[in-house]
Design a protein around this ligand. Structure first.
Ligand code: NAD
Length: 424
């Protein structure tokens, strides 16, 4: 397939626009040097690579890849690599900025990075994907590394992709370097609990915000859009705490049981595509109907931009917790603010993923594996620490939960820039 950039332009704000808007909103509450803010509006560097691939039929094709480095004042760049036909340089820059805020709000000593290849992975055989990944690792080798930039899986990439990447990098470096990527299979330095972590953190944060508003989790109804990795793990975590998860969905539609679904019995999309049609639930709904159900907590955990100007006024949930990245458009966000509906932002709610990636990196550079129990305990500690910091800002300023999270992130980044100063 061709390696040109797609013409596709999303109707909503781009990731860069969102990241810059959030930066500006947070900056308005802080006394930060304008030079630092201006620096954070832009990436440090963006790399474009051309990846030649020999297809299985012997023909040769070129693919375009990017790696954006936003900011590394607090530590190595960190962020996923996606394989998707809509990948653009601008999107990688925007998503790398989100990673800077996400790592900072969690107080993880990483900065923001993101990359991708303009390719539809469904068009590639497994061996083609392997060759593409190995060549990409080689092309990116000068600008990545365990102490400089640590990629991870994202859309269209998975633990196997990371294993090939790590192997290619290690072979060229002459030593096994598991810390060059995270999200690897545990047998080569991946962490236990990494897969469940983003959903688990959504569950932990939901539990905390319920407590903040004096609600009993056992008396809570929850609707989860997207019963994939994030959604299923969040739903099962809350179900285990006694919440009634009344609706879950996949791309085909939603299932609904006002008495609460047995989320451990419902199979996830990965486990069996089309689980909604296959599951015997009292009612089925559309995804749109799920978003406007009268529940206590709504967790959009599928894709971005699902809560919009069109449906935000119809949302009946009392609290929204963002499981997916960017599920709430800026207009919807404003509507929720006007309506007094708290929205816990993605950069903290699903940050369990990057947090356990950090744990994975620690295990890799120390050559010491943690048990699943230790991973989950430390994840709980880190989530509560981040939540406390956000709560302090939320309570001391008249801001939304999202603004409070960005204020925490920006103040840490700005302070680091301040004390490090400018070189030379
Ligand atoms: P996934 O592919 O495992 O699951 C996605 C789920 O959403 C599936 O059930 C799918 O059927 C459903 N879905 C897809 N398109 C839909 C649509 N148009 N309407 C309704 N449902 C739809 O993906 P995931 O890893 O769970 O990621 C979900 C979101 O969370 C994404 O925004 C992702 O960027 C974000 N996220 C994921 C991780 C992670 O490590 N998995 C970490 C942080 C954030």
């Amino acid at each position: 397939m061709a390696s040109t950039e797609p013409a596709h332009e999303p109707e909503e704000e781009t990731a860069v626009e969102t990241a810059r808007r959030q930066l500006e909103r947070a900056a308005a509450h802080l006394d930060v040097d304008e030079g630092v803010i201006e620096r954070l509006r832009h990436p440090t560097s963006v790399y474009q690579i051309t990846i030649p691939l020999e297809r299985d039929d012997g023909t040769r094709e070129m693919y375009t890849g990017y790696r954006a480095h936003h900011d590394n004042v607090r530590g190595p760049y960190k962020g996923g690599i996606r394989y998707h036909p809509d990948v653009t340089q601008k999107e990688c820059v925007g998503l790398s900025m989100w990673m800077t805020w996400k790592c900072a709000v969690m107080d993880i000593p990483f900065g923001g990075g993101k990359g991708g290849v303009v390719v539809d992975p469904k068009d590639l055989s497994q061996t083609e994907k392997e060759r593409l990944t190995r060549r990409m690792a080689e092309e990116l080798r000068p600008v990545i590394g365990p102490m400089t930039d640590i990629p991870a899986p994202d859309m269209g990439t998975d633990p196997q992709t990371m294993a090939w990447f790590m192997d290619a990098y290690s072979m060229q470096e002459g030593e096994t370097q598991p810390g060059v990527v995270t999200g690897k299979p545990p047998v080569i330095g991946g962490s236990y609990g990494r897969e469940e972590a983003p959903g688990r953190s959504v569950g932990i944060i939901t539990r905390e915000i319920l407590e903040y508003y004096d609600r009993d989790v056992a008396e809570t109804t929850v609707a989860v859009q997207g019963f994939g990795s994030v959604g299923a793990n969040a739903a099962r975590y809350l179900d285990d705490l006694g919440a009634d998860v009344v609706a879950v969905s996949d791309v085909d539609g939603a299932i609904y049981d006002p008495d609460g679904l047995d989320t451990n019995d419902v199979e996830g999309h990965d486990e069996r595509p089309g689980m909604v049609s296959g599951y015997d639930a009292p009612e089925t709904l559309t995804n749109e109907e799920l978003l406007t159900l009268d529940v206590d907590v709504l967790i959009p955990a599928a894709i971005g931009n699902v809560l919009t100007a069109e449906n935000a006024r119809d949302v009946q949930a009392d609290i929204v917790v963002e499981g997916a990245n960017g599920p709430t458009t800026s207009t919807a966000d404003q509507i929720f603010e006007e309506r007094g509906i708290p929205v816990v932002p993605d950069i903290v709610a699903n940050a369990g993923g990057v947090t356990v990636s950090y744990f994975e990196w620690l295990q890799d550079i120390n050559r010491r594996k943690w048990t699943l129990e230790r991973v989950n305990e430390e994840l709980e500690t880190e989530m509560l620490r981040a939540w406390d910091a956000i709560r302090v800002e939320y309570e001391s300023r008249d801001v939304t939960w999202r603004d409070a999270a960005y204020i925490v992130a920006l103040s840490r980044i700005a302070e680091a820039h301040d004390v490090r100063g400018l070189w030379p």
